[in-house]
Design a protein around this ligand. Structure first.
Ligand SMILES: C[S@@+](CC[C@H](N)C(=O)[O-])C[C@H]1O[C@@H](n2cnc3c(N)ncnc32)[C@H](O)[C@@H]1O
Length: 278
């Protein structure tokens, strides 16, 4: 984080329009996704995941990777940082699976990373998810968890409003806004040994260029879910977007921070291969 804490006031970038959602109401849906206010979302009735799934969101998620590489380097002694590669190796394959379903891959793994699931699972689904991952790892295999708090640390009134609206939005879906702090206990319940447990308070919008980009990243996230936040705040969407912009502009001057958690857990070498059938 360093000691130099300059203030950064947000500059409106030329490509900002890519974050701006259209005025159309729900405009279309197909089997796999639905479009709300111009942004594409999952359309799985089983899922409570509230974030978008379109290219803008994928770009946002890729951008925050830089934060986590730094976080992983911090833990270098305990993590296998050679896992991060600049190019995908030829034998790398991508596949989609539901962590709450039986292992779709018909094999067990040496390492599983689960990043940013705080808004993906209901509060009561985490134990099931960790039991599933326990089963999908080989004895001695590692589970690495990276997650961030929904609630930002701030005294700024508009950011506090956004915090509250986001917390209420995910609570309405059975999710826990404070799940990050509870994950070590849940991994232990599933049978893991938690060998690394870090909580860090990270500046948002101040202190470094990376932190400024992180605040912009949050702006993109909040704007993608502006319809849901507006509903919780009882304001219209345009008003909500203006509020989000003011809240994000104030992150630097008011020195907002966010908690990030990183955990590394190991399935014991002498553990049974699975605690239930795969
Ligand atoms: C915030 S994104 C994080 C994506 C990626 N892990 C990263 O760190 O960039 C959360 C992801 O969880 C996925 N997801 C939600 N529910 C899931 C489930 N039950 N099983 C597997 N993935 C799920 C969503 O599709 C989304 O891609």
């Amino acid at each position: 984080m360093g000691n130099t804490c300059s203030f950064f006031v947000r500059k409106h970038s030329d490509d900002e329009s890519k974050f701006i959602i259209s005025k159309e109401k729900i405009s279309s849906s197909n089997g796999e996704s639905q479009v709300v206010e111009g942004r594409e979302f999952h359309n799985d009735p089983e899922s409570v995941y509230v974030l978008a799934k379109d290219d803008i969101e994928k770009k946002r998620l890729n951008e925050v990777l830089g934060y986590w590489i730094w976080q992983l380097n911090f833990q270098r002694r305990n993590t296998m940082d050679q896992i991060y590669v600049k190019n995908y190796p030829k034998n790398c394959r991508f596949a989609i699976g539901n962590v709450l379903h039986e292992n779709p891959f018909e094999k067990r793994f040496d390492f599983v990373q689960m990043r940013y699931f705080a808004v993906a699972l209901r509060a009561n689904e985490w134990d099931e998810a960790y039991a599933s991952l326990f089963n999908q790892l080989k004895p001695g295999g590692y589970l690495q968890i990276l997650d961030t708090s929904i609630v930002k640390c701030t005294t700024e009134p508009e950011l506090l409003d956004i915090n509250q609206a986001f917390s209420k939005l995910i609570a309405s879906k059975g999710q826990d806004y404070d799940i990050g702090s509870k994950l070590a206990k849940k991994m232990e319940t599933a049978g893991f040994n938690v060998i690394c447990n870090n909580k860090m308070e990270v500046p948002m919008g101040w202190g470094s260029k990376r932190s400024v980009r992180y605040a912009e990243n949050m702006r993109s996230l909040y704007i993608s879910i502006a319809p849901g936040l507006a509903e919780q705040l009882h304001i219209d969407i345009d008003e909500c977007i203006a509020k989000i912009n003011r809240a994000c502009d104030s992150m630097g001057p008011t020195k907002a921070t966010v908690h990030v958690w990183s955990y590394l857990a190991q399935k014991p070498l002498d553990a049974p291969k699975a605690i239930s059938s795969l």
